[in-house]
Design a protein around this ligand. Structure first.
Ligand code: ZN
Length: 471
């Protein structure tokens, strides 16, 4: 069968199905670059066969997700009445402080089962915005940290986050109920379940995460992304570089017929011409890891008229995306529970779909598993060779004995997904003979001996050379 426009991962799983125990990917399956016969061949003589390192085995199974525990946590959060960030932080029965207590208690339980590997931190700070009345308001984020095993990579952190706060119709009134089951007890439950799944893997010796993973439940989202804005700063102060940030916000329902549907993953373009943002590369990595049947990439920073906790990360140039359910029901968001003209308003538990939410938890956890196992992404990737027959891709990377090499990726400028052009075992540059700089986009990623890939780093044209040629 002729394979047209088949993604790398799709090809990979096809292969895995037939060659389960081989270490090296036999050649052929990655050659799916779409080309129309009347275009000049690049390279003219075709490409040599590739041997690719297979992705790591031991994927997190859907059955290992504890839907019951997710449901229990969401129920406890909803039972706090409201979790508006300017409600009480001290009342154990009602308010955002009650929400914090539930999240911290659950994470402490998980930490106990992790053999002391998971560290729970309650981070207290103050923040102000129009929606705190312009005054500094007390805020708290809860984190669980799973430290990386590699001395260098442990300073790279992958973050998964949901926001524990909620809001009624009036975002300044703590007296109104704000159950926030979907927005965003669901994302909080996903983050917490990831902490359980991944700390369990380490505790049982089934995974070795080279990088650190941080599981967050932030506050202040509804008051203007205050908790995640603070988290960007906090991570910097702790000396972490953020390898990627997964924001789960409104991931609890899937009400359209025909489900479960794919979860949407939003990623922004970034500010550069002819070069995608690191957030877009994170989105591609997520799709490649979880599969096109699980992930619907949306090439847009967020839904119109809405913002989320990935945004402060994205604006800081950090790879960050947002997971959100397939089709939102607006009568169930940001609404004080009530009935009006026969319409029921409110973000209630009864609308949640744990089959869908469990899928989202698994998909987040698997992405974190593979990215935290991967070598560091190349620091910088450059494209040279304008107005010559050959493109040259170069990059920089620190020594790493656990790295198998680098994959040079390319795609047609009109294609959404990368394909592997070449695998480079040693060195930090590659000349692509007979490949123009102009007809494709290029990127580089690091590949571990364990098969885990870093996110791709798209090449930038060497700016000294760009546009200096006469036409
Ligand atoms: Zn939200």
């Amino acid at each position: 069968m002729k394979i047209i426009q088949t993604g790398i991962r799709e090809s990979f799983w096809k292969w895995i199905a037939v060659t389960a125990f081989s270490t090296w990917l036999s050649a052929g399956v990655a050659f799916a670059q779409r080309s129309i016969p009347s275009d000049p061949g690049e390279p003219p003589s075709g490409r040599t066969k590739l041997k690719l390192v297979p992705r790591p085995g031991g994927a997190i199974s859907r059955q290992s997700v504890d839907e019951k525990a997710m449901r229990a946590l969401i129920h406890q959060l909803v039972a706090c009445g409201t979790r508006l960030s300017i409600s009480s932080w001290t009342d154990p029965k009602r308010g955002v402080g009650c929400g914090r207590d539930q999240v911290a208690a659950r994470l402490n339980e998980i930490a106990k089962d992790s053999g002391g590997r998971l560290q729970v931190v309650v981070d207290k700070f103050e923040a102000s915005s129009k929606r705190t009345g312009g005054n500094p308001a007390p805020m708290e984020n809860v984190y669980a940290i799973l430290p990386g095993s590699d001395p260098k990579l442990a300073k790279t952190v992958f973050v998964v986050s949901g926001h524990m706060d909620s809001r009624p119709s009036d975002d300044m009134d703590p007296k109104l109920d704000a159950p926030g089951a979907d927005d965003d007890a669901s994302g909080t439950a996903v983050s917490v379940e990831c902490a359980r799944l991944l700390s369990k893997l380490v505790e049982s010796g089934r995974a070795n995460f080279r990088s650190t993973i941080l599981f967050a439940a932030v506050s202040g989202e509804e008051q203007g992304l205050l908790g995640s804005t603070h988290l960007v700063e906090w991570l910097k102060q702790q000396g972490y570089a953020v390898g990627g940030m997964l924001d789960d916000d409104i991931v609890g329902a899937d009400r359209a017929p025909g489900g479960p549907h794919r979860v949407r993953v939003f990623s922004g373009n970034g500010p550069m011409d002819d070069c995608d943002s690191s957030s877009r590369e994170l989105a591609r990595a997520i799709e490649e890891i979880d599969g096109r049947e699980a992930i619907r990439m949306i090439f847009r920073v967020d839904r119109f008229g809405r913002g989320g906790d990935h945004y402060p990360f994205y604006k800081a140039g950090i790879p960050a995306v947002r997971f959100t359910e397939p089709l939102e029901e607006y009568s169930q968001q940001h609404q004080t529970p009530r009935a009006e003209n026969g319409v029921e308003y409110g973000d209630l538990e009864k609308y949640l779909d744990f089959r869908f939410m469990g899928n989202v938890a698994r998909d987040n956890a698997e992405v974190l598993r593979q990215l935290a196992m991967a070598p560091a992404a190349p620091a910088q990737a450059t494209l040279e060779g304008a107005v010559t027959p050959n493109a040259k891709v170069s990059w920089s990377a620190e020594e790493d004995s656990e790295r198998a090499g680098f994959e040079i990726l390319w795609r047609e400028t009109t294609e959404a997904r990368w394909e592997v052009f070449e695998f480079v075992i040693a060195g930090t540059e590659s000349v692509l003979n007979g490949v123009s700089t102009d007809n494709h986009f290029f990127a580089v990623r690091a590949v571990g001996k364990n098969g885990a890939r870093s996110i791709a780093v798209p090449t930038e044209m060497d700016t000294n050379r760009r546009g200096t040629y006469s036409r």
